[in-house]
Design a protein around this ligand. Structure first.
Ligand code: CA
Length: 428
């Protein structure tokens, strides 16, 4: 089925600001609370949010097999379960309804009143109920930098890294949408030269610049997903800030890997940009440096050219861009990650979220974490106001943005999270 929603020549009757991340060719999916306190599934064109529940009730999806309440839900999980064919039909129809030459909704004031919202009239929610969250470690530059800092520059990559998309199971309960502040975590750390560990606020709170993909129901227990079919089960992507406490991590991670250093928060951008919308931006993944086992051999362009940026904004200050990276640097692509994740028969369902791992590029200004940008605190990063950062300070806001650009622009908006001081219990 063709993806007519991607027609680059299409114009819409809605106002779209120049350089918007959300032209009519994007049509992402999200969940929002309206001015009337109603939760609904929606999309966005320019700076207009569109209530898909209302649009469906008014008959605009006639002819597409959808249950009556499919968009009147507080998560996208059921819609995602409907599968790729339905996602395409719905995106194509939305493109038609908002096409500049289609007067049906354009000239119906009454319908527009209930379907369209300004961004200041809505509050974005978590778009899916995340059943399981897995985090990979798929950027060779990031793995090399971390291995160089913490182990041995000569053997920075562990022997398995070029053969396996390394990952671990994370915690979905602390995945939050953009705009929700978090507290500096406390935990156990072992200061250098100390004999015993201490308890207190993490002194090394960091971001990780990642993207995450969201799956549909993919397989049953015991069934691997072949690599060539993996993309059929990927609904779309979001920006993903995988908050990390480096000092807690250093003390706890041997022998079983990340735990409390990682599970206090991961923030996502609220609009899921579909894999279909990213079609025009396909690129080759880096060439494998080792011959891969057959189940990991992928063919064709399985990566995407997505520009990524990280900004730090001190309280009441202006933003400073501290990193500029790209999703295409990922050594392991999403198809390889999903094929590997399920090769032992592990089931993947609608709403599962798979983090890419920190996306660092080849140059020091493209590193995806403060750990690398400040080289574990040895080279502080200068902000516009003259202050310096080794890691993230209280009341700093970390903002990540991402977009593709090639003739037109398809963007992700942003994920913005403020780091508050340590949580203080209310006095009784
Ligand atoms: Ca991570």
């Amino acid at each position: 089925m063709s993806i007519s929603a991607n027609d680059p020549t299409r114009k819409t009757w809605l106002q779209v600001p120049e350089n918007s991340d959300f032209p009519i060719q994007n049509i992402p999916f999200g969940v929002f609370l309206t001015r009337d306190d109603i939760i609904t599934i929606g999309t966005r064109i320019g700076d207009t949010a569109i209530d898909l529940g209302a649009l469906h009730q008014l008959g605009y999806f006639e002819g597409i097999p959808l249950t009556d309440d499919i968009f009147l839900q507080d998560t996208l999980n059921d819609f995602i379960s409907d599968g790729k064919k339905t996602w395409r039909l719905v995106r194509n129809r939305i493109a038609e309804v908002f096409d500049a030459n289609n007067d049906k909704l354009r000239d119906n004031e009454e319908h527009r009143q209930v379907v369209l919202f300004g961004l200041d009239e809505i509050e974005m929610q978590l778009p899916v109920q995340v059943g399981d969250y897995t985090d990979f470690y798929s950027s060779k530059e990031h793995a090399t930098n971390v291995g160089t800092m913490f182990r041995d520059p000569e053997n920075a990559l562990l022997p398995n890294w070029l053969h396996i998309p390394v990952g671990y199971h994370g915690r979905s309960s602390s995945i939050i949408p953009s705009g929700i502040p978090i507290h500096r975590p406390q935990g156990q750390t072992k200061p250098k030269d100390a004999d015993e560990p201490v308890f207190g606020p993490s002194q090394r709170v960091d971001f990780e610049l990642e993207m995450a993909f969201i799956t549909t129901d993919a397989n049953h227990l015991g069934e691997p997903i072949p690599i060539d079919e993996a993309e059929d089960y990927i609904f779309g992507l979001v920006l993903f800030n995988d908050w990390s406490a480096r000092d807690i991590q250093t003390w706890e991670y041997v022998p079983l890997g990340p735990f409390l250093a990682k599970n206090f928060a991961s923030s996502i951008s609220p609009w899921i940009v579909t894999l279909d919308a990213l079609e025009p931006f396909r690129v080759e993944s880096p060439k494998p440096e080792k011959k891969l086992l057959p189940y990991l051999q992928s063919t064709g362009k399985k990566s995407f050219d997505i520009n990524l940026e990280v900004f730090i904004q001190p309280e009441n200050g202006e933003e400073t861009r501290v990193s500029k990276s790209n999703f295409k640097y990922m050594y392991w692509n999403m198809s390889q990650q999903l094929a590997h994740h399920t090769v032992n028969g592990c089931p993947v369902i609608s709403g599962d979220m798979m983090g890419s791992g920190t996306i660092s590029g080849p140059t020091p200004d493209s590193y995806g974490s403060m750990l690398e940008l400040s080289w574990k605190g040895e080279k502080p990063v200068k902000l516009k106001d003259g202050s310096e950062r080794k890691f993230i300070e209280d009341n700093d806001t970390v903002i990540m943005r991402g977009y593709c650009q090639n003739g037109y622009r398809i963007g992700f908006g942003e994920v913005s999270t403020k780091l508050l001081p340590v949580f203080e219990p209310k006095k009784k």
